[in-house]
Design a protein around this ligand. Structure first.
Ligand SMILES: [Zn+2]
Length: 205
């Protein structure tokens, strides 16, 4: 069965360092007619489930743990009975959203180089710290695309002005881990339109 990528958007808020902003996030679901994985869990469980349909969700893959990407991850996990996967370096950010006395954790640690297989397609985990310490990208070589979360957008690197971010580290991650991939690799971002690695390479100089 053919693997496809389903896309939607959901709106809500992003809060960090005492500030709250309205944001619109991309929703990404990768799979075939039988099974899929969800990339990030922004704002709206029902919007994500509308993309999933009646398929089995094998995993909820988190690019990083800013609250606009993981706030509804535990609620989604309850609805679909799938594990949440997150890089362990995201624990401080995860706990800002899901910590406390009745805090919930994710289920499986992501590691650099790990493969997640769905519908016969491999998503390879690239640890790309900078926007957040445990930020990862998911490279689907077969599909010619990479899911970058907030590490790389159309127009350049993600934000690094807040806590737990580091601009030099982010640019190094993009140069060392993303730009060596084929230039025509489509970049599916956490916010806003797609781009390609070639276009961003040219802009980054
Ligand atoms: Zn973020």
């Amino acid at each position: 069965m053919a693997v496809r990528i389903d896309h939607g958007t959901a709106s809500g808020t992003f809060s960090l360092d005492g500030e709250t902003h309205e944001v619109e996030n991309n929703l990404w679901v990768v799979g075939d007619d039988a099974e899929c994985v969800v990339v990030d869990a922004p704002h709206d469980v029902d919007a994500i489930l509308a993309l999933v349909g009646d398929r089995t969700v094998k995993a909820i893959l988190c690019t990083h743990a800013h609250d606009d990407h993981v706030r509804v991850a535990p609620a989604l996990r309850q609805r679909v009975t799938a594990p949440i996967l997150l890089h362990p370096d995201e624990r401080p950010l995860w706990e800002l959203t899901h910590g406390g006395d009745h805090g919930e954790l994710w289920d499986v640690d992501l590691a650099d180089g790990q493969s997640v297989v769905v519908a016969g397609t491999t998503l390879r985990v690239l640890h790309t710290p900078g926007h957040a310490p445990g930020a990862v990208c998911f490279h689907a070589e077969d599909l010619g695309c990479v899911f970058t979360g907030d590490t790389l957008f159309a127009g350049g690197p993600g934000a690094t002005g807040r806590s737990y971010s580091d601009r030099d580290e982010l640019v190094a991650s993009i140069r060392e881990r993303l730009l060596p991939l084929p230039a025509d690799t489509v970049v599916h971002t956490g916010h806003g339109p797609d781009t390609t690695l070639g276009a961003e390479r040219d802009q980054l100089g």
